[in-house]
Ligand binder design. Structure first.
Ligand code: TPP
Length: 288
């Protein structure tokens, strides 16, 4: 077996200039993820301990701006790609990124299974309530009545509520935050401490096509308001408070961790994966 060379280059920036619109909230997400990674490196992890997976869309450009190994996968297929990486090498810290179209339209069925299988990876959904890259068609979380060229009569259906879906599917870490660097840093650390699948929805107003920056003023923090994140019933009640429809003066949007419960991960349940983890190996290392 070849001896592994240690990678001493821990640079996470890339030379690629972001093509997001000036002022896009994706910049906040990028800054928060980068500083969180640097903190992880300070605590002893290395660049090669991480893998990044993105879907297709504006959110997915983050793949080009962070110098980590990974896969810029097909639209809607972030979760099975993350799962595949974890099964190939359960020692990797896998970070998945999707847009709301990617996660809740093309990728919806994978969400249920990610919660059910509970592989230990972290999933960030940049929710701007539109298919932004393809110029603003509605997604399953766009508000009823939304008009665009593909829906000139307005969207006729109520949005789905992904927080409720994740709670129902049995996800062990269900959170929502606003796209602000400090919030990303906080939730990144909490999610890394959690053993198992972590679902993190990031409210990320699209400043061109769905510019609801008022979102931020309507948020309140669950953890600062006595929310019991171990109480599933309470988590559902909090999830009900915001139904993704717009929004009036009274609307309150809970952010923070709705629910957290550690459950056995897929890696713990299969002896082969458990052994790879214990031996700090991947399938590649044990191939003959
Ligand atoms: C299977 C498939 N369907 C549709 C497309 C076209 N497409 C490319 S990007 C995109 C929008 C992505 O929207 P979202 O996932 O919400 O990400 P955002 O751009 O808002 O960050 C679509 C529909 C595609 N590339 N592949």
């Amino acid at each position: 077996m070849k001896e592994k060379k240690e990678n001493t280059n821990q640079e996470i920036n890339t030379p690629i200039i972001p093509t997001w619109c000036p002022g896009c909230f994706n910049f906040q997400i990028l800054a928060g993820i980068k500083s969180s990674l640097l903190k992880q490196f300070e605590q002893g992890k290395k660049k090669e301990d991480f893998a990044i997976v993105t879907g297709i869309g504006c959110h997915a450009k983050i793949f080009d701006y962070i110098n980590l190994n990974g896969i810029n996968t097909l639209h809607g297929r972030v979760l099975p790609t993350c799962l595949g990486i974890k099964i190939g090498n359960p020692n990797l810290n896998v970070l998945g990124f999707s847009g709301d179209g990617d996660a809740y339209a093309e990728g919806m069925e994978h969400l249920i299974y990610a919660a059910r299988y509970n592989a230990d990876f972290k999933y960030f959904v940049h929710n701007n309530q539109v298919f932004a890259l393809t110029i603003a068609q509605p997604t399953p979380v766009t508000e009823k009545g939304y008009i665009d060229k593909t829906n000139p009569l307005g969207v006729k259906f109520n949005p789905i509520n992904p927080i409720k879906i994740m709670l129902s599917a049995g996800a062990g870490f269900v959170a929502r935050i606003f796209a602000e660097k400090s919030q990303i840093e906080w939730i990144f650390e909490e999610a890394m401490k959690h053993k198992g699948f972590a679902f993190i929805e990031i409210l990320q107003p699209c400043i061109i096509f769905h510019n609801d920056q008022g979102y931020k003023n309507r948020t309140y923090n669950l953890q600062e308001n006595n929310h019991d994140k171990t109480n599933l019933k309470q988590a559902f009640e909090k999830a009900e408070e915001f139904d993704y429809n717009i929004i009036n003066e009274k609307t309150k949007i809970p952010i923070g961790i709705f629910y957290q419960e550690e459950k056995p991960t897929i890696e713990e349940q299969y002896p082969q994966l458990k052994k790879l983890k214990e031996d700090k190996k991947s399938w590649k290392d044990i191939q003959r």
